[in-house]
Design a protein around this ligand. Structure first.
Ligand SMILES: [Zn+2]
Length: 330
């Protein structure tokens, strides 16, 4: 009985095999990586200090944001200072391999954690000026003294910091947000030199123009180096769709102001664009095209959303209907 059963089984298996051999070929299972584009985007955060042009360097991939080194005659300026002392120390050490000139000034492009909380490390052993918009101190205080526990937890959630190892691919605007709990994890050099609309100054022989440019935050500024045609747009431009609203729950972002700020940048016709997230771009035409697309995308989403509201559609319906048109290729 057992042998019979075995024979039946063998015949059945062979039968299945032979049937399979002559049946139409099934398409081979395709190993689709649903996150392929996001994986490819990780290359944007390859950790290195990039020389953009003479005297302009940017540290990419050390933390969520970039830090930018401007080298002058007898000193340097650091634009954005990382999110923690640890990441700031790593950047500072690598900048010191380029030049040992003293740090004469820091610039905060805005108040967000990932741009300011390594500033004490860069200020150590000196007394650099700290440039920022006049409202930046207010926003720093609001986060640090009023809503920090809530916003910290939400940010960690938004940036995937609680995911198990391997669960996070990248954070879109950076590789990761460093965890910053513990003693001496953060430091802050308070703004010393603030302004309202425009500040034109010179530090260590570097001519710098700071423009208030509300967008991702209300206190956002961009830095323009007129002699080198270098633009540092802060977080009003990065190689990711603009975070018109942060899912962690932050204050309203005025998207029309954001579009206007991009127009201000376009008018300057920069030849180098060094954002505070993702890698720098070179070439006047290329930069103009990309800034224009970015600006138009923001305006389009705003206009079509308002159109949907006027048609009495709800948020879920508007989300389904607003689709960006094809953009030019660069
Ligand atoms: Zn940022």
């Amino acid at each position: 009985m057992k042998k019979f059963t075995l024979a039946i089984l063998i015949v059945a298996v062979l039968g299945v095999l032979s049937t399979q051999d002559f049946s139409p070929k099934q398409p081979a299972p395709v190993n689709v990586d649903a996150n392929a584009e996001l994986h490819a985007h990780t290359a944007e955060f390859h950790k290195e200090v990039i020389k953009v042009t003479e005297g302009v360097y940017v540290a990419v991939g050390y933390g969520l944001a970039n830090s930018i080194l401007l080298e002058g005659d007898d000193g340097v300026v650091i634009v954005d200072t990382m999110e923690s002392n640890e990441t700031a120390r790593a950047v500072k050490a690598d900048f010191a391999k380029i030049t040992q000139k003293p740090i004469k000034a820091l610039v905060f492009t805005h108040n967000h954690t990932d741009h300011i909380f390594g500033s004490g490390v860069f200020a150590e052993g000196g007394s650099p000026k700290v440039f920022a918009h006049k409202s930046t101190n207010y926003y720093i205080d609001r986060v640090v003294n009023v809503i920090r526990p809530a916003i910290y937890t939400r940010a960690m959630r938004q940036f995937g910091s609680y995911l198990p190892p391997g669960g996070r691919i990248n954070d879109g605007i950076g590789p990761f947000l460093a965890k910053v709990d513990g003693e001496n994890a953060l430091s802050l050099a308070r703004p010393t030199d603030t302004f309202d609309k425009v500040l034109k100054t010179e530090v260590a022989g570097i001519k710098m123009e700071l423009y208030h440019a509300p967008g991702e935050t209300a206190d956002q500024l961009f830095v323009w180096l007129p002699e080198k045609k270098v633009l540092l747009p802060g977080d009003n431009f990065y190689k990711a769709f603009p975070n018109l609203y942060a899912i962690r729950g932050t204050a309203y972002r005025d998207v029309l102001e954001w579009a206007k700020s991009l127009d201000m940048m376009r008018e300057l016709e920069p030849e180098f664009l060094v954002p505070s997230h993702t890698r720098p771009l070179v070439g006047k035409e290329k930069i103009l095209g990309i800034l224009t697309d970015y600006r138009d995308a923001i305006q389009f989403v705003h206009d079509q959303t308002v159109r949907g509201i006027n048609m009495d559609l709800g948020p879920d319906e508007i989300v389904e209907r607003v689709k960006l048109p094809r953009l030019r290729t660069h």
